[in-house]
Write a protein that binds this ligand. Sequence first.
Ligand code: SF4
Length: 393
Amino acid sequence: QCIAVCPTGALTSNSSVSEVWAAIRDPRKTVVCQIAPAPRTALGEEFGLGSVDVTGKIVSALRKIGFDRVFDTVFAADMTTIEESNEFLDRLAKGEKLPIFTSCCPGWVKYAEQFHPELLDNISTCRSPQQMFGSVLKKKYCQELGIKPEDMFVVSIMPCTAKKYEAKRPEFTTAGSYDVDAVLTTVEAAQMFREAGIIFEQLPESDFDEPMQQATGSGVLFGATGGVMESVVRYVTGKLLKTEGRIDIEFVRGMADTKIATLNVGDNKLTLAVVNGLAAAEALIEKIKSGELEVHAVEVMACPGGCVGGGGQPFQNDSAARSARAKEIYNIDTRMVLHKAQDNQDLNKIFEKYWGGCCNHDTHHDLHTHYHPRKRITGNDILIKDTAGPEIT
Ligand code: SF4
C-alpha cells in the first residue's frame, strides 16, 4: 500500500527508534515531542483499545520515557490554517495563482515537484504543521529557553513515512540544525512504549505543555481527508461573516476519493475540491488544465482517507479502521471547546510575541517555504538506503 500512495522516496521506512532513545539518554539534549492529529485515534489500536482518542495517554507515556516537553501539532495546524487562509484570501483578491493547492502533505508536494512543476506556483507556500512547529521550536522557543538549536532534539509522532523525508529537506533547518530531528511513525511510538515496559492502557491522561497548549477542533480535522479545507472554510467564514461556534462542512467529509462543491461565503462564490490518493489528484488536475473544471482551492492528501490512512499507522490496509479513526477525529472536534483557528488564544499570543502578529514578512520567513522542480525517478534511479534520510533525486 505504501508504494501505491507514497511517491516521496520514503518507500522503505527507516526506523528512528534508536536515534530517539539516544537523544533521550543524552544529558546535553532538551528533547521535545510533537504529536500529529492522526496518530491519536490509531495508536490505541496497538494496545487493544480500538480507534479511540488516546491523546492524554500518549502525553503521559512520552513524559514517562523521558521527553522534556510535549506539544500538540494541532497547535501548529491552527497556525497553518491562519497563514494559509490569508494566503488564499490574498490570492482571491488579486485573482492570481488560483486554484491554491494545499501543501501539508509531503507525498503530494514531492509528486507535484516531479510530475507537475507547472503547478508549483499554485501550491500554498505554507510549511506543513510538522515543519511550522519545528521552525517555531528551533528559531524562537530555543532562544526563550536560552539553548542552542543543536542542543534541542525535536521529535514528531506522525502517521506517515513521507514525513521522515520532509524533515530532511535541506530548507527546513536553523543554524545548521534540522528543525525536526527525528520522525517516529505511530507504530514506532508504540514500539518505544513497549520497549520501556509501559502498560499503555492503564496510563492516566496528561495535558500538553504550555505556552503552546491550546488547540482547536479545526486543527484536529487535519487528520482526515477534507480536514484542511474544512479548517480554511471555518476560518474564512469566521473572518468574513463573523460566524461563531462550530460550522460543519459536510461535503468535504467521508472516504470518496474526490469531493467538489460550491459554497457562498459572503460575496464570494467558492468552488472547492478535496482529493485523496494521487490517482484522484491526477484526474482532477487534468480536468482543471483542460478547462472542464474551474475551482478556487484544492486539498490533496496522498493517502487513502488522508492521514488516518498513512503508511506509518497500524493496520494500513484496513479500510474499516481508517473510517473509525476519521469518525473519532470528528468526535474529538465535537468535544473540544474551540472550533476555529483564530479562537486559539495561545496561538494569537505566540504570533504577537514572536513575529508581532500573523501573516507578515517575518512569519513568511519562518513559516513558509518554496518548491523545486525535480527530475522524475525511473526504476534505475530508486535508491534504497539504510540511513536516516531517503535519498532525494
Ligand atoms: Fe503523510 Fe498524511 Fe500525506 Fe499520507 S496524507 S503522505 S500520512 S501527510
